[in-house]
Design a protein around this ligand. Structure first.
Ligand code: NAI
Ligand code: UGA
Length: 471
């Protein structure tokens, strides 16, 4: 049997990965019909909305959806129909950290992957290539295969591929248009290699063939965890060095630049910050820690765990620096937080460092005003409620408010904290902000975003992550 020519794709999960990834496949492969299905009706309705009010903010995404939706790209809640019709199915559902039971706090919750897999097995009446797109622990594909084979109908065969996604939020569309690599893992059998070829042919519509890397299933699954762990490890390394800079008078920008000039190290991902956030770095490292422990490799587990611990330390250290600088108390003081998303160019707030900072400031009984250009107010409230485990919203609102502009957030504040690196914060009318703040007016740049000298000239007292006071 030759590799199947894919004509219909179904993607289970219309989230940050399934949505953009399959929209780009539809754009680049006009002859393939792509249907993205999700159980969440509100999310599907938003993807289908007349005014393209899409459920996620991602630069360039709307243009892609506008070109393909209704042509060869469809969004639906009819999961079964999507499965029935497709010859290739992406499983792109969420895999959060388990909250209870064995491995709670570390292991990935594979319940959504299992439910989607069981649905495929229950519904499919013809052979399918099933592609694990979600980030999963090593050997999950084996569990999927066992479930599918145990429940398949006569004449139906399922080939499992691992095809982890490497896009970063905020740059998803450019990452998808021009990926560093596409990774496809398959069983090294004839059937496995044929399935791998079918998926390769989809990506080959726009990805140069030398960037499509084909490997064994388990290497593919582990490579995804490894890539995120190593990226996060660079940030924790630079953040650890930022603490030394602050204590010595060295400048983290200069250190990162000098170190990154070494071609073996490279310049990317060396930006000190208030700490990394996002739905995946912490989750995937904890997953790797759990995997290492399960494999009786405690030293390996401890090594990776330290990357997350350093990140927690960085958030706490930055919060403490704010309190220390404001004369050791922020009780009753108004603090403006600029940025709530976990990084710029996204409305996503999952594991955002801003949430921890605000929680720390709340504990010090400060009055916090938040401004973010993209995050929905309802999302901010729900994150703060979740972070304060059960404190009623009315109580939170006594200490926290949300502003609709940076200027409004900073009015009468004693301090401004830059928590997300939104470009627009660079071009704020800082003279105007200064004139409306309580004096002395403090700025804490947790993102190395602003021109500290210019701000000092205006009159601000400026504290920058990774820069000490000594000159
Ligand atoms: N967010 C990101 O930037 C990246 C995420 N990943 C990985 O991709 C996976 C998905 O992540 P996101 O897209 O961020 O998650 P998400 O939470 O935005 O989307 C997942 C979607 O799957 C749907 N879903 C869950 N179970 C379902 C089922 N049985 N049937 C139909 N729909 C179902 C949910 O309703 C949700 O809309 C995760 O494993 C994540 O680790 C990988 C690379 C980047
Ligand atoms: O598996 C995933 O979910 C994705 O996780 C990250 O992407 P993402 O979390 O969307 O965004 P990043 O650009 O990696 O930023 C993550 C966090 O690190 C912070 N960061 C990043 C870079 C840096 O130098 N310093 C730094 O503090 C960002 O502000 C952000 O809070 C990876 O970059 C993607 O390759 C991967 O696919």
């Amino acid at each position: 049997m030759a590799p199947v020519k894919v004509t219909k794709i179904c993607c289970i999960g219309a989230g940050y990965v399934g949505g953009p990834t399959c929209a780009v496949i539809a754009l680049k492969c006009p002859e393939i019909q792509v249907t993205i299905v999700d159980l969440n009706k509100a999310r599907v309705d938003a993807w289908n909305s007349d005014d393209f009010d899409l459920p996620i903010y991602e630069p360039g995404l709307e243009e892609v959806v506008r070109q393909c939706r209704g042509r060869n790209l469809f969004f639906s809640t009819d999961v079964d129909k999507g499965i029935l019709e497709a010859d290739l199915i992406f499983v792109s559902v969420n895999t959060p950290t388990k909250k209870s039971g064995v491995g709670a706090g570390f292991a990935a919750d594979l319940n959504y992957v299992e439910l989607a897999t069981r649905r495929i097995a229950a519904v499919a009446t013809s052979s399918k290539i099933v592609v694990e797109k979600s980030t999963v622990p090593c050997r999950t594909a084996e569990s999927m295969r066992t479930i599918l084979e145990a429940n398949s109908k006569p004449g139906c065969r399922f080939d499992i591929l691992s095809n982890p996604e490497f896009l970063a939020e905020g740059t998803a569309i450019t990452d998808l248009f021009s990926p560093d690599r596409v990774l496809i893992g398959s069983l090294q059998t004839k059937e496995g290699k044929d399935a791998c070829r079918s998926l390769t042919d989809v990506y080959a519509h726009w990805v140069p063939i030398e960037r499509i890397v084909t490997v064994g299933l388990w290497s593919s699954e582990l490579s995804k965890l490894a890539a995120n762990a190593m990226l996060a490890q660079r940030i924790s390394s630079i953040n650890a060095l930022s603490a030394i800079c602050e204590a010595t008078g060295a400048n983290i920008d200069e250190v990162a630049n000098a170190v990154g000039k070494d071609s073996r190290v490279g310049p990317k991902f060396l930006r000190a910050s208030v700490g990394f956030g996002g739905s995946c770095f912490q989750k995937d490292i904890l997953n790797l820690v759990y995997l290492s422990e399960s494999l009786h490799l405690p030293e390996v587990a401890a090594y990776w765990r330290q990357v997350v611990e350093m990140n927690e330390y960085q958030k706490g250290r930055f919060s403490k620096r704010v309190v220390d600088t404001l004369f050791n108390t922020i009780t009753g003081k108004k603090i403006a937080i600029l940025g709530f998303a976990f990084k710029a160019d996204t409305g996503d707030t999952r594991e955002s460092a801003a949430i921890t900072l605000i929680k720390n400031f709340q504990a010090e009984r400060a009055l916090v005003t938040i401004y973010d250009p993209q995050v929905l107010h309802s999302q901010i409230w729900s994150d703060l409620m979740e972070a304060s485990s059960g404190v009623p919203l009315e109580t939170i609102k006594r200490q926290v408010s949300i502003a609709s502009s940076a200027l409004e957030a900073c009015r009468d504040a004693e301090a401004v904290v830059i928590a997300t690196e939104w470009k627009e914060f660079r071009t704020i009318n800082w003279e105007g902000v200064y004139s409306h703040m309580t004096k002395p007016a403090f700025i804490f740049d947790g993102r190395l975003l602003l021109d500290a000298e210019k701000l000092r000239d205006i009159g601000f007292k400026v504290t920058v992550i990774g820069r000490g006071e000594r000159l």
